[in-house]
Design a protein around this ligand. Sequence first.
Ligand code: F0G
Length: 515
Amino acid sequence: MNPVVDKPELAEPYMFGWLDSLGLGVEYTRSKKDSLFRRDASGAEVEVLDLVGGYGSTIHGHNNPEIIEFTKSLLDSDSPIHAQFSRHPYANDLAWTLNTILRRELGTDENYQVIFANSGAEANEVAIKHAEMDRVLKIGEALAEVEAHIEAAVAAAAAGATVDASPLSGSTIDEVVAALRAANTERAATSPVYLAPNGSFHGKLAGSIQLTHNVSYRTPFSAMAAQCRFLPLEPDAVAEAIAAENRTLFDLAVDGGVIRVVERPLPVVSAFILEPIQGEAGIRVLDADALARVREVLDAAGIRVIVDEVQSGMGRSGAFFAASHLGLRGDYITLAKSLGGGVAKAAVTMIRSSIYRTDFELLHTSTYAKDSFSTLIASKAVDMLEADGGAAYRKAAERGDKLLAMLNSLREEFGDVVKDVRGKGLMTGLEFHDLSDSEDDILAEQAKGGLIGYMFSGYLLREHNMRVFPTASATSTLRFEPSIHITDEEIARTEAGLRGLIGLIQAGDGKALLG
Ligand code: F0G
């Protein structure tokens, strides 16, 4: 007999302690569709309506029977899960399907190459690494041209041309060339800069965290990776940010018997990254007109656009790519979360063929990426969205409209509590008015601490068996991201829970909310 050991909590114990204090430290033992199940003190199973949906990973619902059956058949078939560095026709099939959808929704003939990854953050790092590789290669190409011009200048000097060293120093051609090369070496090493709209969230790895606006996540790691400038989605702001990063390389030009030092642009801004519907910032659909004008500015400056569809993609918005509602075709597009069918960890980065640098395939690899298990499940999840002429997209739009209409009716009825309702399809959010000035000490304290949304979550779980979380960087916004299978009855349950919550906020009863 093994002695019963009281195991200390070693798996992120502080997070667990915090969740527990808010009544969120619940263990779920089963899941299906939009439900998670827990056991109460008597051991009876309790159903919880799950509106978090694996943070957007379960567009087909938890343990979707078709996906589970497919997964079981995969495991029963003994097909190799790990056969790195071999032919992977299944990966190509997924790449083709994604390209077919992209052509349909974003109206292009151009293919996109697909790189496989394991998580949303990694897919974004693939995009920023590729954009940076492209920038570095362009700098190399520019320096090679400068060398050719140096050669021509040296020949011209030998033939009697004079040298104007300004703004560098030196009186002979050799001295000027030495000064120019030294200056260019220093300038070519300028760190890249990324641009992103305020509020962006793109992951928490060393590179992607610098593209994530939230300072508490980002600043401890600022020294580790390239920096991002966050700005409003306005053409002037973007043009200004680009101008602020203007740098040059030195070059030589021979003009009428005089060798002069001239300057040529050095690319510094590596890419512009955005979410078509911002998630962590509080569920905000980007403005299509503003975006189109920003895109013009970026195109004029030759800056690539990375469209992060990790959360908004896979049909959640009512189209496969949320960017298709905005008429935005990215140079890079990333997908993850629901791509894994709620079962696997799968992510991809799609890269426009015309900008694709083939050597990148050797530079970014991962043991697990492109394994047959997750890739075949990803194909299954995508095929299920595409089935019946895209019935799933219509369902996402219709269910989303119903959910949004309910949330909007609450806003109309309780404008004193509900500040705003936003979203598209099954990516919706409800923002509460700030309660920092509340006369209730608990409400004021939680609001000031940025934790009020988690307190609301604890209440909804405890009293209404409803699982809802705030968006991480805008904690007075609750997010609702159920599957396409959410029912009218479940939307009505959501409304009832929210009415209970709103009633207690109106009563200023923080104690009841904290439990
Ligand atoms: N991009 C977006 C738009 C995301 O919402 C997330 C994650 C990521 C990238 C990173 O993906 O976690 O697979 O590495 N969002 C989570 C959320 C944290 O709260 O929805 P990951």
